[in-house]
Design a protein around this ligand. Structure first.
Ligand code: PFF
Length: 448
């Protein structure tokens, strides 16, 4: 058997793991979920979900991933031989394909916007134009699929280069760049006419907006944004070294992820109110608001290109982590060589994403439980599979694994402080499973 890869540096660990977490979930999904679910009230529930559910589940994934050093399915087989827990790993692979299906479509849209920015397609246009151009583009058949295919090809190129040369090196460069740009855009956005209204929408909670549906969506968003519940972080932490501090890494990644989401909100909501766009628009929100912001900035042409490239990049560091779950599985369980596994996976994701893309046009009448194909993939993965996976992982680490074993892994065999351990175990044993279960049932409308 070949030697298992690891991330080479501490920066690499943070950049790759934060790269997985920070993505379209922060810049595209978080603002529109916030917009549709009551603004600041949603943000508040979201932050509570990150602290009480997200961080513990992330630590649980890190613990089992680094100790087993295997793909998500084998991790459970190694730690609990002969049990059925490995099914949790399978669930994750399943979820990865669903997420890749709709995620690659959005990433394809961002590539189209890079192209439109370069070719002056967005220059000098008004808000009404951006709205209609977006609908026209997304409902067409060929063009979005072309960009999605290109995006998947880039994934293939990075993934087939492997963990250290591909994933780690790409993340080290791209993640800091994304951060700097968001700060620049955030500052710009503080000087728009709708800034006060936008910031109040984001930071002034109206508690009457909180209901079980909002809580379900905030929890789903937290799991999605932190890449939890589907084995991505189990797989990535299997590449961590023995010296990596798991709690420090988890807190750093969760904080970076939340800061980026809030920054994205600060960029987007002032613009929404400045240009008379509804904050409760769905997935199209950033594609309509951002071009408007750029029009009002000196050097609009370059900002626009740069920003859409960066969103694509944020998407890329996340999709490579999604694919890695399945690639590690195919290589380690079926002896695939890395490039073959990548080809197979990218092909499956492409088929899924064609269906998702067409659900904005030719297949818009096809409904699954009342959802379009795109919305169904998103809902199933984010609001069902990820929380379910998160619940099972917390039960597994909280109840099934030996407490001493978990503690030893978390404190690097006595080398680092673990004062938080008793509280973590309470979260994993009781709070996370019960909360996820209740939110889940009520969000699905079972208590109405
Ligand atoms: N966390 C990513 C984002 O916010 O865009 C999406 C994601 C990546 C979800 C990896 C799940 C995952 F396993």
């Amino acid at each position: 058997m070949t030697k298992r890869a690891t991330f080479a540096t501490r920066l690499g660990v943070i950049a790759a793991t934060a790269g997985s977490s920070v993505g379209l979930g922060n810049i595209w999904r978080f603002p529109y979920e916030t917009g549709q679910n009551g603004g600041a009230a949603f943000l508040l529930v979201y932050c509570i979900c990150v602290i009480v559910l997200g961080l513990p589940v992330m630590l649980a994934e890190f613990t089992i991933g680094r100790s087993a050093k295997a793909n998500a399915t084998r991790t459970f087989m190694k730690l609990s031989p002969g049990s059925y827990w490995f099914i949790v790993g399978f669930l994750g692979i399943f979820a990865a394909v669903f997420i890749m299906g709709f995620y690659s479509v959005i990433a394809g849209w961002t590539l189209e916007y890079v192209w439109q920015s370069i070719s002056f397609g967005l220059t000098g246009k008004d808000p009404a134009f951006f709205q209609s151009a977006f609908v026209e583009f997304t409902s067409s058949s060929f063009r979005p699929i072309f960009w999605t295919a290109l995006f998947l090809l880039i994934n293939y190129i990075i993934l087939s280069r492997g963990v250290h040369n591909g994933i780690e090196k790409a993340s080290n460069i791209l993640m800091p760049l994304l951060f700097v740009l968001l700060i620049i855009f955030g500052i710009r956005s503080l000087f728009l006419s709708g800034t006060a209204e936008g910031l109040s929408f984001m930071f002034h909670p109206d508690f009457s907006k909180i209901d079980s549906g909002v809580v379900l969506r905030a929890m789903g968003q937290a799991f999605f944004s932190l890449s939890l519940g589907m084995g991505t972080l189990i797989t990535y932490s299997s590449y961590f070294s023995e010296n990596t501090s798991l709690p420090k890494t988890a807190v750093t990644v969760a904080s970076l992820d939340t800061v980026v989401a809030v920054l994205a909100g600060i960029v987007i909501f002032p613009a929404v109110f400045s240009f008379g766009i509804s904050p409760s628009q769905g997935p199209e929100l950033i594609f309509i608001t951002l071009p408007n912001v750029f029009q009002h900035m000196p050097g609009a042409y370059f900002w626009s290109i740069l920003f859409f490239i960066l969103i694509t990049v944020a998407a890329l560091t996340s999709t490579i982590s999604l694919c890695e779950v399945a690639i590690a599985f195919l290589c380690e369980e079926f002896g695939f060589i890395r490039s073959r596994a990548t080809q197979l996976l990218v092909f499956i994701c492409f088929v899924m994403s064609i269906l998702c893309s067409l659900s904005f046009g030719a297949l818009s009448d096809v409904k699954i439980f009342g959802f379009t194909i795109f919305d169904f993939c998103d809902f199933l993965a984010s609001n069902i599979l990820l929380p379910l996976g998160g619940m099972l992982i917390s039960i597994y680490v909280g109840w099934k694994l030996d407490r001493k074993f978990v503690r030893n892994e978390l404190n690097n065999h006595g080398k680092i402080n673990d004062w938080y351990f008793p509280a973590l175990m309470i979260c994993l044993k009781y709070i996370a499973p019960v909360a996820i279960f209740i939110i889940f049932l009520s969000g699905l409308g079972l208590f109405k």
